[in-house]
Design a protein around this ligand. Structure first.
Ligand SMILES: [Zn+2]
Length: 402
């Protein structure tokens, strides 16, 4: 793989003979390349070469097999992280490594998880990734309202950098998206020098970090390659002086929902990518989040989705489901759930409030993963607003999927 950055900054890349058009992201999802260029706007034209290298890697990793050649020298430490993590030869080498900056920014999407992470660090600036069209790829997804999400982010009153990018259009199928989950951070990486960043906080919660929500569906994942600090991505970001931080990595989506709805940012919470005046209420994500919200608020499900709706079909199938722990949490808590679209799911689980109460507390090792500089603030927030899991509850996490 050969990577070039030009004014814009624009990233272009050329595949080497051993590279492949259909690759695999770190979550094992197969993805097909659509176009070999993208632009990242709202960032300075100059940053440490390791930041350019990691930003590029979040886009080109799935298609790279053996080596990557950057257009500027990287540090030996960064080359080593690429080699250790992916078995990739990276170069040229010749730069001093970047020292971590002093600040933590939040990669802010506006969803409940992201808002909860932001609430734990009231002083942290936001970096918001906004999708824009690619000049050479037709937009067949006009319902995706990135403008609405960016507007909501602007109304939070936080220090905000909006990064605009068409990098999601480098994917051909099944729809535009991040080549790697970490591509959402491409702009934040290029802003890291200007914002003096030493860490970047993501809204990934316990399901994504510890319960294998995604690649390891249904399995405890202490060594999650995407989000563990000692995983390959964690080490790569750290080598560029921007630690991956998961402020809500130890709590479930029930907790992030409760924290987000009780936060000063409550009015700006939005997980639906479709609605303009509010969430659309009829997409699969709205339905899933409504289950969680109803459970947290201990009220009946309020949704226009009926059992005949296409998005309800998923709940006629057998488990496992993505976010299964939250499905169980909702089944145990939402009054009248048997008469809703989730009714059929009850046949597969025997759940009670007691058996799902571990989802209301924080898994302590998640706090231990937060770099020391930012740990105390998270720990005191958790102590005051969530509470730590008991040993018995910790066991529920660590035996998940067995
Ligand atoms: Zn929706």
């Amino acid at each position: 793989m050969r990577v070039t950055w030009s004014a814009g900054p624009q990233l272009s890349f050329r595949l080497d003979p051993e590279d492949e058009i259909t690759g695999k992201a770190s979550d094992e999802h197969p993805i097909k390349l659509a176009i070999n260029s993208c632009t990242i706007g709202g960032v300075p034209e100059d940053a440490h070469p390791d930041l350019y290298a990691v930003a590029a890697w979040t886009v080109v990793a799935p298609w790279t097999r053996r080596r990557i050649t950057f257009d500027r020298a990287i540090s030996a430490e960064l080359a080593e992280a690429l080699h250790d993590g992916w078995g990739i030869e990276a170069g040229p080498v010749g730069a001093e490594r970047r020292r971590p900056g002093a600040r933590l920014a939040i990669s802010y999407s506006g969803g409940a998880d992201s808002v909860a992470a932001a609430t734990m660090y009231p002083q942290a600036p936001f970096v918001h990734f906004r999708r824009v069209n690619h000049p050479r790829v037709p937009n067949r997804w006009p319902h995706y309202r990135s403008d609405v999400l960016a507007e909501l982010a602007a109304r939070t009153g936080r220090e905000l950098s909006v990064v605009t990018s068409d990098l999601e259009y480098t994917l051909a199928e099944p729809r535009p998206g991040y080549p790697e989950h970490h591509a959402v951070a491409a702009g934040a990486l290029l802003l890291a020098d200007r914002l003096d960043l030493g860490g970047l906080g993501f809204g990934y919660e316990m399901g994504s970090r510890w319960l294998g929500g995604g690649r390891y569906l249904w399995r405890f994942t202490p060594d999650n390659p995407m989000w563990a600090p000692h995983g390959r991505w964690g080490r790569l970001f750290a080598a560029a002086g921007v630690h991956i931080v998961l402020p809500v990595g130890g709590v479930s989506e029930a907790v992030t929902m409760r924290l987000a709805l009780g936060s000063p940012l409550r009015e700006q919470v939005r997980w639906c990518l479709r609605g303009t005046g509010g969430p659309c209420r009829v997409c699969g994500k709205c339905l899933y989040k409504e289950l969680i919200q109803a459970a947290v608020e201990r009220r009946p499900l309020d949704t226009p989705v009926t059992r005949d709706s296409p998005v309800a079909r998923k709940w006629l199938k057998k488990p496992p489901y993505g976010g299964q722990e939250m499905i169980q949490y909702g089944l145990a808590r939402v009054p009248g759930i048997e008469d809703t679209v989730f009714g059929p799911v009850l046949d597969h689980f025997d759940v009670t409030e007691e058996s799902t109460s571990w989802l209301e507390h924080c898994y302590p090792p998640a706090l231990g993963e937060i770099p020391e500089r930012w740990r105390a603030e998270a720990a005191s927030f958790v102590e005051a607003n969530v509470g730590l899991m008991t040993e018995d509850e910790v066991r529920r996490v660590e035996t998940w999927g067995t």
